[in-house]
Design a protein around this ligand. Sequence first.
Ligand SMILES: [Zn+2]
Length: 315
Amino acid sequence: MAPASRHFLVRPIGRGVYAAIATPAGYGLCNATIVDLGGRTVVFDTMLTPAAGADLARAAERLTGRRPDWVVNSHWHGDHIWGNASFPDGHIVSSRGVREQVVRRSRQQFRDDRREFRKVLRGPSPPGPGIPPNDREQALSWFLAVVRLPRSHRIVPPELTFEGEMELTGSRRSVRLITYGGGHSPSDVFAFLPDERIVLAGDLVMVGLHPSVSDGWPDRWTRILGRVQRLRPDRVVPGHGPVGSGRSVAVAREYLGRLERIVRRAAREGATLGEIVREPIPDRYSDWGFSFMFPANLERTYRLTRGSRRAPRQR
Ligand SMILES: [Zn+2]
């Protein structure tokens, strides 16, 4: 029996490998994965809140018979690491770049999000007019979860860092932790289970949802996904959305290419930034969630294409 949590549903995806898929009404927001290495337990990402993180730690203990020994952070964004405080016995592992970002930016992100979400929740029809019907439940629990965290919320950065690649090994299997630099964020770590060909992607891959490029670089991200594809994964646990297949990596890569093409074409036609952010969502992504990300993705792509120092013509 999979342990119950209001924050996530447990989906076994291989022997001793369990995806924890965030529920729209819970305070987890991002997905996590529990891996039984044999004699050692790894948890990949810790979700948005210590409450969700605590449920994840309990689920790991029930599923593997052990408290997590290692906890991996895919990148610095709060929805993947603010549950770290609920793993006091686990060593938190990530790239050196992720640690730097957490130390430098996480407290400020927490303050900014808390202030902004509180304002939205006090305003008319929370979670706000810009959020489409399909995303409202998730957005509302996201905002509520953050404003309900205490101001003193403890942010725990990774304590064990690597560059390039490191391997965690147990008696049954190994997991490779890999960073090819930053694409979605300044430093992105993913995990690869070579025997099962499973990739734990963090936000490098989303399934059925618009990714966010606001803190990243579509071109570098595309190159990273090309290298992930070369590992020929069979299954992918995305940062958000249901468990995907190897094809999900290609779909994520196509989306980024599409963004760049839309922006290049519009800029060639002399469109202003104001016009570019109103470009329609291509049909094939029309049923994807988080559609409110699309204009911001176009804007980021445009600014990177033009060089952010040159102020774009605004209308
Ligand atoms: Zn992210």
